[in-house]
Design a protein around this ligand. Structure first.
Ligand SMILES: C[S@@+](CC[C@H](N)C(=O)[O-])C[C@H]1O[C@@H](n2cnc3c(N)ncnc32)[C@H](O)[C@@H]1O
Length: 309
């Protein structure tokens, strides 16, 4: 069994290695890829399909804040949800939220590498919603003919890479970034079962490369015990680096100290305590973005350079 898994991993690594040369970075933008890509086996492998309604609400709220103006200004934007799981509930919610809060004509494509999950989604009532599409595929991000004329401004891969090996993450980011327009965003994140604790990395396509930009940490503030809880839910590229003295560890420890120091404010409101923690991190020199308006939601974003090993 272990041998079989090892062999599959080797095959995947070979596929990733070969992929770099096979996907051209077309100057005309990713739509230039349609029709030119060789038909290939989806990149990746089927993993657990666990999902839960509304578990991605925190990530979706941040995504709308971060991407709203870019998506509104775009001519034909498409947002792709990679790995929607057993049922496409979180894809449907993303589609609803984007249509309600960003623009009513936005198109969303849900992709899963498990063919049966895709067929089920295609047979469900979700498939008849205007602007919501489903396709079978992997990190190569297939664009079916119905959306091939659109430009991919964002890709969300939530609770997907968590189930891969850390050394596979860079190649997966690279493969997905090939589909993005220049400046488009890939969100690689994880969360707990019901989405009370969530973390995600924002990756941008810059000069054809996948460049990590920031790490966001979000929680239901009323039930946040300590910021150290985020450690169990870090994205794959960080989770194994949380060892004493590493940048991500120093950040989490600093957040924990600031949270403890602000404990007295919890009697007023846990939100006030969260805001004070975020401000304190900023005052200590951590490159924290945004202001109290977002911190009060239980969300803090730090520049990638500060926490990457
Ligand atoms: C745990 S579920 C995540 C569901 C949903 N995104 C969520 O967060 O609730 C992971 C899904 O990703 C799919 N998956 C794994 N690797 C993939 C890949 N390379 N491309 C597309 N889907 C993939 C699996 O088949 C599975 O359905």
């Amino acid at each position: 069994m272990r041998l079989l898994r090892q062999r599959r991993r080797t095959q995947r690594s070979e596929l990733y290695a070969g992929l770099k040369g096979r996907l051209p970075l077309a100057a005309g933008g990713p739509s230039a890829f349609s029709g030119t890509l060789p038909r290939m086996k989806p990149i990746g492998e089927v993993t657990r399909g666990t999902t839960h309604p509304n578990r991605l609400r925190r990530a979706d709220r941040w995504f709308i804040h971060a991407m709203c103006s870019q998506l509104r200004a775009a001519a034909n934007p498409l947002c792709v949800d990679i790995g929607f799981g057993h049922t496409p509930e979180t894809t449907i919610e993303w589609h609803d939220r984007l249509r309600t809060h960003v623009r009513p004509d936005i198109e969303v494509l849900g992709v899963d590498i498990d063919r049966a999950r895709v067929q089920q989604a295609l047979r469900s009532s979700a498939a008849s919603r205007p602007g919501l599409h489903f396709a079978h595929g992997g990190f190569e991000v297939p664009l079916p003919s119905t959306v091939a004329h659109l430009q991919v401004h964002a890709i969300r891969a939530f609770n997907v890479l968590r189930q891969y090996q850390e050394q596979e993450v860079a190649a997966a980011w690279h493969a997905m970034a090939q589909r993005l327009v220049e400046g488009g965003m890939l969100m690689d994140g994880t969360c707990d079962e019901i989405g009370r604790i969530s973390t995600w990395i924002a990756v941008r396509r810059i000069d054809g490369r996948a460049i990590a930009e920031s790490l966001s940490l979000a929680a239901h503030v009323g039930s946040l015990d300590t910021p150290l809880t985020w450690a169990q839910r870090l994205p794959k590229s960080l989770i194994h680096h949380n060892i004493e003295g590493s940048p991500i560890n120093r950040f989490l420890v600093a957040a924990d100290r600031a949270w403890s120091t602000a404990a007295g404010l919890a009697v007023f409101s846990p939100r006030q305590r969260f805001i004070t923690m975020a401000q304190s991190l900023k005052d200590q020199g951590w490159p924290i973005s945004d202001s109290a308006a977002r911190w009060r939601l239980g969300e803090v974003t730090v520049a990638w350079e500060a926490i990457a090993s």
